[in-house]
Ligand binder design. Structure first.
Ligand SMILES: Nc1nc2c(ncn2[C@@H]2O[C@H](COP(=O)(O)OP(=O)(O)O)[C@@H](O)[C@H]2O)c(=O)[nH]1
Ligand SMILES: [Mg+2]
Length: 636
């Protein structure tokens, strides 16, 4: 197959017996009804497929059942169509499923189509004109307003060349589905083929698939391998977006596969049960109430959904609203997917819409930013969406999460992240894999780190900074490791903090004493060391120094923190060594003399006056070296 061939998927739509299948057969030579039951009853029950290729265009026809009981099959086929062939029998004109199918096409966002007035051989010219007018009237204001309306007969062949010409014309305007995006194929059929095993078919919505590719099956999340790929009934090396595609899968039984599941590029997406959407009700539908249950159709999937309306308690016909749909079954649903909702019972199509956030959180009152977020998802640019998404992830937004939420390509993500980083709106806290954090959260984290560092230094002026691990732990779980690392690096590169080994401290904050301070500090220590237990008054020592009182007091604090000096009472300070010697004497006393000691004996032992003896003994009591017993002390 040459590369220039354009693939266009044409879906039929219209009431039962209006000649859809006959028309597909007349155009392709293939009768699309496949099932024995379809052949016996002469009606289409499930999807049928046929092809016609000419002038560089390969039309893949998806023929749908017109019967109202099989609308859900019709919906599975409507996913991914480029052109709708709206079939209206000239002898019957517009009927209920003409309207329903057309509503569905509108809700699914189908952009192009052609109207075929079939069975033209059964009516006279005047009737044909009337039906044409009726059709044009009905389609006014819709995407088919300007569409050609062509009278045809599958029986006589009348009008078929005109119809094909119109289809070519329309096909030229169809934008190619993007083969560069992620591979995705909603499964519409699964069966076993003798000698091959499990085969699934579907319209390849985006990307490409070739034999040997690894594939992820959704919602199971199972990894499978494509053993072979067919398109249009022949084996191909590769199928690309826009083609009807059959994939032969290795490693799975066909019974484990069914319509509604999807194949996709591995490791990119996540199955979901909650989607936030823009939900639209058809003008003719009944109003929809909060918590209503509906049938939900997206791609080839059909499940039940419960509606949660964010903006009001009910949704009026013809109106739209932001809503959450909670799906009964997990499924692969992506941002931008169109969907249809049908009334629970009786089952009629009542509306549809577009998926905004496929990985929606539970509706919570606390999430006050949700509506704004959904509006940005609906109307924002990629940059605006990425900025908002980052803000909703205070712990950081990882690359994988962005892909799962948006299906954006790596190049699109890095371009947007680059622009936002430049503008300061986001901050890259890790590159491989990419993790983003909002600029505001990053600044907050830096502020918190700085506060902790400063507080620590205030409380521990002589420790050369807070340990990195303690700093991280003090921030709790609100700052993820990557953010912490990046924030530290940022603060360090701006020379606001210094990293020294495992220590973090405020830049330039190291405790470095001036020479006269160091000298004064030594003088203070010496004054107490040489005094033994008969220590001088603190003020006396400090006032002798050639420094102002405030600085002298600071030096005393440093000595106290170092525990070179020990404060026994607010007024009395001793040198560490003097106190140690006192303890040694006491131990010696206990060994040599007695287990108990009186105040006078203590005075004798240490050579101090009563003024010092009492505070020192009380200190020893507090330190559990002695215990008071009447007038004496027990030496412990
Ligand atoms: N006379 C006439 N009969 C047609 C034409 N197209 C379809 N039919 C007949 O209408 C019936 C329904 O056609 P079918 O294609 O199955 O309708 P579908 O339900 O829309 O797929 C069949 O008996 C066809 O033979 C036509 O152009 N002219
Ligand atoms: Mg049919």
């Amino acid at each position: 197959m040459s590369a220039e061939i354009k693939n266009v998927i044409v879906g039929t739509a219209g009431h039962i017996d209006h000649g859809k299948s006959a028309l597909v057969e007349a155009l392709t030579g293939t009768h699309p009804d496949r099932l024995a039951e379809e052949k016996r009853r002469g009606i289409t029950i499930d999807l049928g497929f046929a092809f016609r290729e000419e002038n560089g265009i390969r039309f893949g026809f998806v023929d749908v059942p017109g019967h109202e009981r099989f609308v859900s099959n019709m919906l599975a086929g409507a996913a991914g169509i480029d052109l709708v062939l709206l079939v209206i029998a000239a002898d019957e004109a517009i009927k209920p499923q003409t309207r329903e199918h057309f509503d569905i096409c509108r809700l699914l966002g189908v952009q192009r189509g052609i109207v075929a007035l079939t069975k033209s051989d059964l009516v006279d010219q005047e009737t044909l004109e009337l039906v044409k007018l009726e059709a044009e009237d009905y389609l006014r204001g819709s995407f088919l307003e300007q569409a050609p309306v062509i009278a045809v007969s599958a029986k006589t062949g009348a009008g078929l060349p005109d119809l094909m010409a119109a289809m070519h014309q329309a096909a030229r305007g169809v934008p190619s589905k993007d083969a560069q995006r992620y591979f995705r194929l909603p499964i519409d059929r699964a069966f076993a083929m003798k000698g091959f095993g499990a085969v699934v078919t579907g319209t390849l919505l985006s990307g490409r698939v070739r034999a040997g590719d690894e594939i992820e099956l959704f919602p199971a999340g199972e990894r499978l391998r494509a053993r072979g790929v067919h398109s249009g009934g022949v084996a191909v090396e590769e199928a690309v977006a826009g083609q009807r595609t059959a994939v032969n899968l290795a490693g799975i039984e066909h019974t484990a596969l069914k319509r509604g599941m999807s194949l996709a590029a591995p490791g990119k997406f996540r199955a979901t049960r909650r989607v936030d959407v823009r939900l639209r009700l058809l003008p003719g539908s009944p109003k929809l109430k909060e918590r209503a249950r509906v049938h939900f159709h997206a791609g080839t999937l059909e499940t039940i959904a419960e509606v949660h309306l964010y903006e009001a308690k009910e949704l009026a016909p013809g109106e739209s609203a932001l809503a959450q749909l909670r799906l009964q079954q997990e499924a692969l649903v992506l941002r931008g997917d169109r969907f249809i909702v049908r009334q629970f019972s009786p089952v009629t199509t009542i509306g549809g819409g577009e998926v905004l956030d496929p990985l929606a959180r539970r509706p919570m009152l606390r999430d006050t930013g949700r509506l704004e977020w959904l509006r940005i998802l609906e109307q924002g640019t990629r940059d605006e969406i990425l900025a908002a998404m980052t803000e909703r992830a205070p712990l950081g937004l990882a690359h994988g999460e962005i892909v799962a939420r948006t299906a954006w390509l790596d190049s699109e993500i890095s371009a947007a992240a680059g622009r936002l980083t430049e503008a300061g709106a986001v901050r890259e806290i890790s590159r491989e894999p990419l993790v983003l954090i909002s600029g505001k959260v990053f600044e907050d984290s830096k502020q918190r780190i700085l506060q902790r560092v400063e507080r620590f230094q205030k409380e521990n002026p002589l420790v050369p900074g807070i340990a990195r691990e303690d700093l991280r732990a003090s921030l709790g779980r609100h700052v993820r490791p990557e953010t912490f690392r990046a924030a530290l690096a940022d603060l360090a590169s701006r020379k606001i903090i210094e990293l020294q080994g495992e220590r973090v401290r405020r830049a330039g904050s190291a405790v470095e004493l001036l020479p006269e301070e160091a000298q004064a500090k030594e003088q203070i220590e010496a004054a107490f060391a040489s005094a033994g237990l008969a220590v001088p008054a603190v003020n006396e020592v400090l006032s002798r120094l050639p420094l102002e009182a405030k600085r002298a007091e600071k030096l005393l604090q440093i000595l106290l923190r170092e525990r070179s000096l020990i404060r026994v009472t607010p007024e009395l300070v001793f040198h560490r060594d003097s106190l140690r010697q006192m303890r040694e004497k006491l131990a010696e006393f206990k060994r040599a003399k007695a287990e108990r000691i009186s105040v006078p004996a203590f005075k004798d032992l240490t050579g101090v006056t009563r003024k010092y003896a009492i505070p020192l003994l009380e200190y020893l009591d507090r330190e559990r070296v002695t215990r008071r017993a009447g007038d004496e002390r027990v030496i412990l």
